[in-house]
Design a binder for this molecule. Structure first.
Ligand code: ATP
Length: 208
């Protein structure tokens, strides 16, 4: 996956709509303390589906919405959208039914959060589930929790991590963590089917 553009509006310190073009060769973002460098990475993590308040440096998900300043009122919504060139195999999961993606395809993935109303996700304008976005990034070996985004202090945590946690980092890097989500989804469907079957047997038992 190659991220080419990030659009941020109402997210943390980015109160006005900000368009960041990620050109080939970009190797750093510099600026004075508190200017919003970390918030840029948090915006990336947010649109990739982050749901942990701790990872977003807040006490509730609504904390990512611009909270107001001395001369600007607080906002009621924040939106981050990301444009990326995605491998066809990873994009297939979020395509419209019956649509097959090209070998590599451009997608716009967005997440909007409204105060006390939660988040909505879209891919190319079409509403999708948070899980779909999670699987899309996992298949592309990236995502909010992946090793592609390194938080402050994360290297120290890695050194102290338990083998199981290290394994999940390797699985993310290998692009197979999406399989775990798919397995979980399949298990839920199977459980539902088993319950239906049991109910059917009960009904049949009553009839005969
Ligand atoms: P440093 O170099 O010190 O790590 P930085 O450039 O990474 O700084 P950030 O941590 O990205 O800066 O930005 C911090 C700024 O974002 C602070 O001024 C903080 O007040 C502001 N900020 C964070 N959340 C919100 C919010 N919800 N609403 C308004 N401003 C916010």
């Amino acid at each position: 996956m190659k991220i080419t553009r990030l659009r941020i509006a109402g997210f943390k310190s980015f109160v006005d709509a900000t368009d960041v073009s990620i050109e080939p060769g970009l190797s750093g973002v510099v600026g004075p303390n508190g200017c919003g460098k970390s918030n840029l990475v948090e915006a990336l993590r947010f649109v990739m589906g982050e749901s942990s308040f701790k990872a977003m440096r807040g006490s509730g998900m609504d904390d990512v919405i611009f909270a107001g300043s001395t001369n600007r009122p607080a906002r009621n919504a924040a939106e981050v959208s990301l444009q990326a060139i995605v491998d066809g195999a990873a994009a297939a999961h979020v395509m419209k039914p019956g649509q097959t993606p090209a070998t590599s395809t451009e997608l716009e993935i967005s997440r909007r959060i409204e105060r006390e109303a939660g988040s909505t996700y879209r891919v190319n304008g079409r509403e999708v589930r948070a899980r779909d976005v999670h699987i899309l990034f996992a298949d592309a070996a990236t995502g909010a929790r992946s090793s592609a985004l390194v938080r402050q202090g994360q290297i120290g945590e890695l050194i102290a991590a338990k083998p199981k946690d290290r394994r999940s980092i390797l699985e993310d890097a290998a692009g197979i963590s999406g399989l775990h989500s798919r397995r979980h989804e399949a298990e839920l469907k199977l459980k539902g089917a088993e319950q239906n079957l049991e109910r059917l047997e009960d009904v049949l038992g009553e009839i005969t």
